[in-house]
Design a protein around this ligand. Structure first.
Ligand code: NOJ
Length: 551
């Protein structure tokens, strides 16, 4: 069991998100797998992260990238076996890396035995009471129970064909029709998830990432709402918090600082409710992840989330990239911000998608993120500065968002393209030579492979390695206070943060949002996201960490 950071390791941990289908393919079928992860764990060690989070690898029809789970306590054959999972945990722990797995409590796959039992049983059955199954409206029940729409487009109710072949009741799905929502007011559901957590805790996992954590309790008066959006109560007294208190008790019954990080796109004050001391440990700061390349937006996201979480005694969990959003290089290239959850739309931007500019900004934002107090989550490929792949052919797209939006939204496949490890041509060491990967890799990724960047000290890979090493060496980067300093001149487009933690020396972080250089404080530059000439100031679209002269 790793113990590098001692108690409450999760408070300051840097966690690397592994999307197993796209990380590394050990068996040559064009899709990543758990053995591929084991084979590349040393990449994570040399990067300097504390843990890895694995997106779902459970048996699944794969309608929503594995977030449609048919069996919560096994490994899908496409990813390997439970023995491979055990090997992964052992190999990770031997390297001092902790392991976090996904838990998806809001819904299951329509191939899950519980939902198959819904279809086989009739109205009013105990099997149906595990889900939200309702009669329809109108004389023959042909209208859905409410106007609510699904996150992935279209209605959020689908009609069941009863065992005798007649059109029957309707079931509710926040996401795709293949993802029926569980009824968390039914105690059987909590008991089942407590069992699922114990199954993985017994196998040695260090924690969980909780999918769609705020969505478990619906307003079961099923009101019609303007815009058709569901009502999901999240106030302090919502029963959703009882669920997390119960799951926390399961985690606390195990030794070794097991933890959970929740995914919720709610406002800061609502996110913080999930972080009360008897609930969950961490919650992603998705506001930070969706902000534009804009000093005011990022400063507000930092200040307000720090304040909201401090009220609960909880750290903030910083994230810029994940498997649901366009990669930061591409977002920042176009200057856009994201709005909405899961399949966000974008606003803002100046219409110029300049990837060199996006990379400069993404490197600067990453160094800022890694200099903020709390936990930080990196998404595979972020350490390579990969752009989103926005020109995948339509026939390659697999995200349900594409199909269910009628092709108006391209969906999330562009951030899920398999990693380039080495070599001159696809599959770039992801799969054995000559194998077609499940999503095609751009030939231009030849310049972005791990092997290419390893050999280039100015690469993004080396920037991340240095930033993580610095964060490990300097307590003031990973915990402590954030104080905003005055601009060096009235109109400068920059953020200046003084960072200080007990036991660490004071540091100043400068982020230049403009294109003209800004002055750096006198002192030693420990790390910068772009070359800094002696006495030359900080170039545009760059971040520097400075030890100020005189403290
Ligand atoms: C959030 C996950 O991150 C996303 O990939 C998934 O589609 C939805 N939840 C539904 O599980």
């Amino acid at each position: 069991m790793p113990g590098k950071q001692g108690a409450e390791w999760w408070r300051e941990a840097v966690v690397y998100q592994v999307y197993p289908r796209s990380f590394a393919d050990s068996d040559g079928d064009g899709e990543g797998d758990l053995r591929g992860v084991v084979a590349h764990l040393d990449h994570l060690v040399s990067l300097g992260v504390d843990a890895l989070w694995l997106n779902p690898f459970y048996p699944s029809p794969g309608v929503d990238g594995g977030y449609d789970i048919a069996d919560h306590c096994d490994v899908d054959p496409r990813y390997g076996t439970l023995a491979d999972f055990d090997t992964l945990v052992t190999a990770a722990h031997a390297r001092g890396l902790r392991v976090i797995v996904d838990v998806v409590p809001n819904h299951v796959s329509d191939a899950h035995p519980w939902f198959r039992a819904v279809l086989a049983s009739g109205p009013g059955s105990p099997e149906r009471a595990r889900f939200h199954v309702r009669p329809g409206r109108g004389p023959d029940g042909a209208e859905p129970p409410s106007t609510w729409t699904s996150v992935f487009g279209g209605p959020s109710w689908t009609r069941i064909t009863e065992p005798d072949g007649t059109p029957g009741e309707w079931y509710y799905h926040l996401f795709a029709p293949e993802q029926p929502d569980l009824n968390w007011k039914n105690p059987e559901v909590l008991a089942e998830f407590a069992r699922v957590l114990r199954f993985w805790l017994d196998r040695g996992v260090d924690g969980f990432r909780v999918d769609a954590a705020d969505a478990l309790i619906k307003d079961t008066t099923w009101p019609d709402t303007p815009g058709g959006w569901p009502v999901i109560p999240k106030d302090a007294s919502s029963p959703v918090h009882e669920v997390y208190r119960a799951l926390r008790r399961v985690l606390d019954s195990y030794p070794g600082d097991r933890m959970a990080v929740v995914e919720t796109g709610a406002p800061d004050d609502v996110v913080a409710l999930f972080l009360r001391p008897d609930e969950m440990h961490l919650a992603f700061n998705l506001r930070f992840a969706k902000a534009a390349w804009d000093a005011g937006e990022l400063q507000a996201a930092i200040t307000e989330s720090l304040a909201a979480n401090a009220a609960m005694g909880a750290p903030v969990t910083w994230v810029l990239d994940n498997h649901d959003n366009p990669r930061s290089v591409t977002r920042f290239a176009a200057g856009i911000r994201l709005e909405g959850d899961y399949a966000p739309t974008s606003t803002g931007g100046d219409g110029v998608a300049d990837l060199a500019r996006g990379l400069r900004r993404a490197r600067a934002a990453a160094l800022l993120m890694l200099a903020l107090p709390g936990a930080a989550y990196l998404y595979q490929g972020q350490e390579l500065g990969l752009p989103n792949v926005d020109d995948l052919p339509d026939e390659a797209l697999q995200d349900p968002v594409f199909r269910r939006s009628g092709g108006t939204e391209r969906g999330r496949d562009g951030c899920r393209v398999p990693l380039p490890w080495r070599g001159e041509v696809p599959p770039f060491g992801f799969s054995p030579d000559g194998v077609a990967t499940w999503l095609p890799q751009p030939p231009a990724w030849r310049d972005l492979t791990v092997a290419t960047q390893e050999a280039d000290p100015s690469s993004t890979l080396w920037l991340f390695r240095r930033a993580l090493a610095l964060r490990r060496a300097e307590p003031s980067l990973r915990r402590g206070t954030v104080a905003w300093l005055e601009p060096s001149s009235p109109g400068e487009d920059a953020l200046r943060l003084r960072r200080k933690a007990g036991g660490g020396r004071a540091l100043v972080v400068v982020v230049n949002f403009g294109v003209e250089p800004v002055p750096l404080p006198a002192g030693e530059v420990l790390l910068a996201s772009a070359p800094v000439a002696v006495g030359g100031g900080l170039p545009g679209e760059a971040t520097a960490v400075v030890v100020p002269a005189g403290g």
